[in-house]
Design a protein around this ligand. Sequence first.
Ligand code: C2E
Ligand code: CA
Ligand code: CA
Length: 535
Amino acid sequence: MAKLVSLFISSRQQTIISLLLGCLLFAGFVGFAALFAVQQIHHTMRSEAQEALQPVIDVGVKIDEAFSALEKGVTAAPCSQPFLDQMRRVAYLPDGISEFLYAPDGRVKCSLSKGWSSQALDLGPPDTVETAEAPANRFDRDLAFLGLDGLVGSLVSRGPFALVVPKAQLSYLGTSWLAVELVAVSQSGVWRHRGGREGVHSQFVEAAGGGLSGLLPRLSESRCTANGRFCVTTEASFLGYLKDQKVGAVVALLVAAVLAIALADRGRAMIVRHWSFEKRFRRHLGPESVICMYQPIMELRTGRISACEVLARWRDVDDQIVYPDRFIPLVERYGLTMSFTRMVVERAYADLSAKVPDGHKLLVTFNIFPRDLDSKVLCDVFRPFLSEPDRFTVVVELVESDAVVVEWAQREIELLRQAGIQTFIDDFGAGYSSIHNLAALSVDGVKLDRSFAMAPADSLMARMLGHAIEMIHASARSIVVEGVETRERLDQLRSVEPPIDYVQGYFISRPLTPPAFREFLLKHPADPARLSIAA
Ligand code: C2E
Ligand code: CA
Ligand code: CA
C-alpha cells in the first residue's frame, strides 16, 4: 500500500502517471471515434443494401400481384380464347412483366404472345422451387423457345402460371471502401451471383460466425428479401473508409490528442493537489502516524543520562519519516497544536513506560506550543506521566514568542509547578528571547540555543556562550546547553564555572528510537562510575 501511494507522491511518478493517463485518454477517445466511424460505416452499409434490394423487392411485389390477379381473374378453360383474353387483361397492368404463360407442371401449354401451343414446351428444372412464400424461379433462361430470340430472362412460376420477368441485377459495384453484391439464394443455401462485385457474398458466408480481419472487426453484413430469395451483401474496409475520410480522421485525432492532453494535465494538477504534503498530512495525521524519538540529555557533573527530549516525527503515507520543520508549521496553521501534543505525549508514554529500565528516573522534556500554555489542559495531557512520579518528571519546553503574555504565562508556570510539571525556556538566545522574560518568568530551567554551542571556537557566538551561561546562572535556573557536537566543546563546557547542569547534542547522542534509547540507557546507567561518554 505504501509503495502504491508513493507513486502518487514523487513528482517524477506523478509525471509518469499523467503521461499514462494522457495515453489512456487518447486511446479512449480514438476508440470512441473509431466506434463512431464503425457506426457510420454500418449505417452506410445498411442504406446501400436497402437501395440495392429495393428494385428486387418491388419486382417481387409486382410478381405476387400478377400471380394473384391471374389466379383470381383467369378462370376460363385453360388456353381457350377467353382464357387468353383474361390473361391479357392482367398483362395490361403496368408492372413491367413482359410475358405470361400457362404452364402446369412446368410445361407451357399456351402463352400470351404466341397463344395456344401445339406441343407443350418444357420450362426445365427450377433453380428455386415454389414454396408458400415464394414462386419457383428459373434464372437467366434463353427465351428463344418462347419465340423471344436473343433475349434472356427469368421464368417465375406459381401454380399453373408462369411469368417472364427481366433479370434481377445490380450494376452498382460500391465505393472505394464498400463492396456490394446481389445474390439469389436457393432453399439448399446455394447462391448465384446476380450483380455487384462478385465474391463479396462468398467471403461473408466463409467468415460467418464472426471473425476478425487483421485487428479490425470484419465489417460485412447481408440483408435479404422477406422470402429470403435475394440477398444483398455488403463489405466495408475500415482503413479504406479512413482514407476516404482523411480530413475527418485527422481532425478527430487532433481533437482526441488535445482533449487527452488537457484532461491529463487537469488530472496531474488534481493528483498533485490531492497528494501534496499539506493534504496528506491533514488526512493522515493520527496517533498511529505520530512517532517519537528520544534524545538523551546528560547531567554534566555526573555524566548521568538523567533526561531526554521527546522529538516528534511523522510517518508519511509512503512510510517516509518526516522531520518537524516540515509539519510543525502545518500543525500551527490548522490549529491542531494541542491535539498534536496529546498524540506525542500518549506515544511517548507508551514508549518510555515500556522501554526505560527499572530504577532509571528520567526528566522527560516536551516541546509545547506557546499558545498551549494552559496548566489545566496540560495537566490532563500529561496525566499518565504524572501518575508515575517515581519514574518520570515532566518538563515542558517553551519557546518565547509574541503569543506569551508574561503575567499570564507566569501564573500558568506556577500552576504547572504545583502539579509537578517543570518549565524550561527553549532556544534561549534565539528568536524572541528576552532577558526580561528570563527574570519575569519563574521557569525551572533554560535551554541555551544550539547556535551558541555549535559556533566555531573563535566566533562571536562562541565567545557569547560564556556570558549567556553566566547570565542564566545569575537567574538561578538550571541550564541545558544544546548542540554539543564535539568532544572539544564538551570538555570546554566542563571547565565552565559555575558548572553547567545539562548538555544535549549529537556528541552525546542523536535522537534515538525507543529500543535504541533503551539500549543507550542500559549502556549508560544511573551509576556514573560506569559511564563511558564522560570518561
Ligand atoms: P528543538 O526543540 O530545539 O529540538 C532540538 C533539535 O535540535 C532537534 O531537531 C534535534 O534533533 C536537534 N539537535 C539535537 N542535538 C543537535 C546537535 O548536536 N546538532 C544539531 N545540528 N542539531 C541537534 P528536530 O528533532 O528536527 O526538531 C526540530 C524542532 O522541532 C525542535 O527544536 C522543536 O522546536 C520542534 N519539535 C520537535 N518535536 C516537537 C513536538 O513534539 N512539539 C513541538 N511543538 N515542537 C516539536
Ligand atoms: Ca526543545
Ligand atoms: Ca532547543
